[in-house]
Design a protein around this ligand. Structure first.
Ligand code: UD1
Length: 368
C-alpha cells in the first residue's frame, strides 16, 4: 500500500512524526513523505525533523511563502506530478494549513483516496483561513480521523457519511507523550535563568501568530496592554513567529515591548525546548490551536487569545479558557488561571499515545 504523507508548516511536523514511525511496523506499507516547503526556515522546519526523528522528506516542493491563492496554487501545481508518478493508494494530510487543502484537492481530482488526520474541528469563524481549509478538506476526504467527539458531531451535522468518520485520538499527543522525558532534559530553563530572565518564581509562556491578532495593529496593541500588566507579576517568555516579528516592527511596537522588562522575546525555538517551557510554566498565553491541546494534557492553565476554539474539549475537560484578544478579557482569564485548581481537569478520551497505531490499522483495514 502506497501512502503519500504531506507536511508543510510547523504544526504538521509533530502530527506526521508518529505516523512515519508506525508505518515502519508494517511491511505492507510504502510511505512517501512530501514537504511542500510552506515553512522553510531552519527553526520553523528542519529542527523539528531532527528532534522528532522524522525521516528526511523524499520530496520537497519548495513553494515558500506567498499570498493564500498563490501558495495554494503553487503547491497544487508542484504536487500533481508527484501523485501521477508515484500512483499512491492514499494521500494522507494533517491539520488545516494551506498545504492540507492544496494536496487534498490534487489527490481527489486524480481519483486517489484522501485521509484527513484531525478532521471535523470547527471554530465557527469563517474569517480564519484554517476554518475554510478544514471545511473543504473534510468535504472531499474518504477517511476522516477525529481527535475529539466534537469533530465527529460536526462532520455528521455536515452530512458526512458515518462510516467515513473515526474517533482515534490525537497524533500530536502521541508525539508529546513520546518526547516528554527527552524534553525534561532540555537545559533551556537554566539558560534563561543564566540570562537573568527567570528567577525561580514561575513564568508564563506566550505564542502569538494568528493574522487576526498580529496583522491588526489595534488588536495587537490591546494584547500588549494586557501583557504589560501580566509581566509586572510574572516573567513572560515569548518565542516570536516570523509573521509576528514583522508586524511588531511594522506596527511600531518595538519601543513599547522594550519598555516591558519582564517580556522576553526570542527567536522561534524547537519542539523539545518549547515542551520543557510549557511543562514548567505557571500558565500559557497563546492563539495557537495545538498548544491548547498540549497544555490540556500537561494540566497547565492556558489562556487562548481568540474568541472561539475549534478544540472545545480543551475548555470543557481541560485547562483552557477562551479569553478573546481584548485587554479586559485577557486579564480576567489571567486572574482565574492563577486562582483555579486546574489539576482537576481531565484528559480527553483516546489521548493516550496510540492514535497513530489506530490510524494505520484503519488505513490497512479500509483500503486493502
Ligand atoms: C501557517 C498556517 C497556520 C499555522 C501556522 C503555524 C495557513 C493558512 N496558515 O501560518 O494555520 O498555525 O502556519 O506557524 O496555512 N515565514 C518565514 N519563515 C518560514 C515560514 C514563514 O519567515 O519558515 C514568514 C513569511 O514571511 C510568511 C509569514 O511568515 O509570509 C507567514 O507564513 P505562512 O506560512 O504564510 O503562514 P503562517 O502565519 O505561518
Amino acid at each position: 500500500m502506497r501512502i503519500i504523507n504531506i507536511v508543510g508548516a510547523r504544526p504538521n511536523f509533530m502530527k506526521i512524526a508518529p505516523l512515519m514511525a508506525e508505518y515502519q511496523k508494517h511491511d505492507k506499507i510504502e510511505p512517501l513523505l512530501v514537504h511542500t516547503g510552506q515553512h522553510y526556515d531552519e527553526e520553523m522546519s528542519n529542527l523539528f525533523f531532527r528532534e522528532l526523528e522524522i525521516p528526511e522528506p523524499d520530496i520537497n516542493l519548495e513553494v515558500g511563502s506567498a499570498s493564500h491563492a498563490v501558495q495554494t496554487a503553487e503547491i497544487m501545481r508542484a504536487f500533481e506530478p508527484v501523485v501521477l508518478d508515484y500512483k499512491p493508494d492514499i494521500v494522507l494530510v494533517v491539520g488545516d494549513v494551506n498545504s492540507t487543502i492544496a494536496c487534498g484537492l490534487v489527490a481527489v481530482k486524480l481519483g486517489v483516496k484522501l485521509a484527513h488526520v484531525e478532521a471535523g474541528l470547527r471554530s465557527g469563524d469563517r474569517s480564519m483561513p484554517e476554518e475554510i481549509n478544514r471545511i473543504l478538506t473534510d468535504s472531499i476526504s474518504d477517511l476522516l480521523f477525529c481527535t475529539e467527539q466534537s469533530g465527529v458531531d460536526n462532520l455528521l451535522k455536515e452530512g458526512i457519511a458515518k462510516d467515513k468518520i473515526h474517533l482515534v485520538g490525537h497524533v500530536m499527543i502521541d508525539t508529546l507523550l513520546k518526547n516528554k522525558a527527552k524534553a525534561d532534559k532540555s537545559t533551556i530553563i537554566d539558560e534563561l535563568k543564566a540570562k537573568g530572565w527567570l528567577d525561580g518564581d514561575g513564568f508564563a509562556v506566550l505564542t502569538l501568530h494568528r493574522p487576526s491578532n498580529v496583522d491588526n495593529p489595534k488588536v495587537f496593541a490591546g494584547i500588549l496592554d494586557a501583557l504589560e500588566v501580566i509581566q509586572a507579576d510574572l516573567p513572560i517568555i515569548f518565542p516570536v513567529h516570523p509573521r509576528t516579528r514583522k508586524n511588531l516592527a511594522a506596527g511600531g511596537f518595538g519601543k513599547r515591548v522594550e519598555a516591558m522588562p519582564n517580556l522576553h522575546l526570542m527567536d522561534p525555538i524547537g519542539y523539545l525546548d518549547f515542551l520543557k517551557l510549557t511543562s514548567n510554566a505557571r500558565l500559557v498565553l497563546t492563539d495557537s490551536g495545538g498548544i491548547q491541546e498540549e497544555t490540556t494534557i500537561l494540566k497547565v492553565p492556558c489562556i487562548t487569545l481568540r474568541d472561539s476554539t475549534e478544540r472545545p474539549v480543551t475548555a470543557e475537560l481541560g485547562t483552557n479558557q477562551i479569553a478573546g484578544a481584548r485587554t479586559d478579557g485577557i486579564l480576567a482569564a489571567y486572574k482565574k488561571a492563577l486562582d483555579t485548581r486546574w489539576e482537576k481537569s481531565q484528559i480527553p478520551p483516546f489521548w493516550d499515545g496510540k492514535a497513530a497505531g489506530r490510524i494505520v490499522s484503519l488505513c490497512i483495514a479500509l483500503c486493502p
